[in-house]
Design a binder for this molecule. Sequence first.
Ligand code: NDP
Length: 288
Amino acid sequence: MATQTFCAELTGSFSTSAAQNPTVAIMEAAFADADLDYRYINCEVPPADLAGAVHGAVAMGWRGFNCSIPHKVAVIEHLDALAQSAEIIGAVNTVVIDRSSGAPRLTGENTDGQGFVASLRPVRDPSGQHVVILGAGGAARAIAVETALAGALSITIVNRTPERGEAVADLIDTRTPAAGRYLPWTPHLHVPHGTGILINATSIGFHPAEDQTPDVDMSTVDPGAVVADVVVNPPETGFLRAAAAQGCTTLDGLGMLVNQALINARLWTGRDLSGAVMRRELESIFGL
Ligand code: NDP
């Protein structure tokens, strides 16, 4: 009889609420496709139990875990080190538990923005580009830092709440080589001339409010620009439809999600899993 083990390597996610997060489905499909004896467990963890969950993952020999809302900042005090972009962004979405030198060492990474840049590269190299980002929350901050580190010339943050927008613009200006600017979100926003990449990093358009779109005058967007949306449900948002009608190249939020999961899987397993398998799984979940 072939040697068989009954103890899979464990990974997973801590968040609340966890029920609508499809990451478990794409990770498990890709693990199975690669014949890897790994599991991904989606856990409902309230803020008061975060410390217990982290200690539990270490005690149970987990390889690592994702942190989603509301733990991305709170988890930092439980870690031993931060990777460069997690340190600049000030938030962690992925933790790697390394036991190669004996005692477990927990490193926080932020792969949200890296996933976005990986999905962007096949259609547009961010290097030398002027980028406009709608939003200044966690996703916007991660995308802004990572596109700046990937060589963008300028990052303009447009946000409803000026203080949050100014803070992200400031972060880009002081901590990355790109120029960071804040632009107030005036009605029917005119996108600055020369913008090569425009990103909706707000939650506007997310199910069940898919009839809402960011208030942007799409006729001011250069047809040569790439227009991206972080919203995953539905993947084809009204914002992307309007951009396509303007002649722009569009990028949906599924690409960011898949690429982020591929990076996380590589950090935990050392293997490159199949993005096509993950994307197919998501398309079947969303009935595409
Ligand atoms: P946050 O709550 O941190 O930020 C939300 C942002 O959206 C803020 O800038 C907020 O503006 C803005 N916003 C929300 N509603 C409105 C509105 N009606 N009008 C104008 N601005 C608005 O959320 P996250 O950054 O964590 O997430 C944002 C989106 O990104 C979500 O839809 C999330 O699902 C998606 N996401 C997708 C990922 C992917 O892999 N595709 C990964 C991570 C997130 P203000 O500051 O004024 O409140």
